[in-house]
Write a new protein. Structure first.
Length: 122
């Protein structure tokens, strides 16, 4: 998902290149998840813009944006039995701490937490 934001390659081209270059397994579940997240990115971007008081989607760095898109897909498109929303938020924060810029986890936590409170605590 991150790599697709950097160039015009299709998801299939990205997957083929990564399988060859990094000896990744062709995991159908991972491919299906990536495809679903990318297809849902427009909805995710609307949520991010709604709950981001200071940064529009266009100004958000690529890694935190990919992390939030994944978490929002998990929160809004998967059932609570498949993956509880709070788990998706926690995983996004941990991914951000590991792969994103310093302090990005706070921004991600704020956006995802606001969305959760608005949509899931009714």
């Amino acid at each position: 998902m991150y790599q697709s934001s950097l160039n015009d390659d299709t998801l299939d081209e990205i997957i083929e290149a990564n399988i060859a270059e990094f000896e990744m397994l062709d995991d159908a579940d991972v491919v299906a998840l990536a495809r679903a997240v990318l297809e849902n990115s427009g909805n995710a971007d609307e949520v991010i813009n709604r709950y981001s008081p200071t940064r529009r989607v266009e100004r958000i760095a690529k890694i935190p944006l990919a992390i939030m898109r994944l978490a929002l897909y998990e929160m809004d498109c998967l059932s609570e039995e498949e993956l509880p929303a709070k788990v998706a938020i926690n995983e996004a924060i941990e991914l951000s701490k590991k792969y994103s810029g310093e302090g990005d986890y706070k921004f991600i936590s704020g956006v995802l937490g606001s969305h959760y409170r608005s949509e899931h605590e009714q």
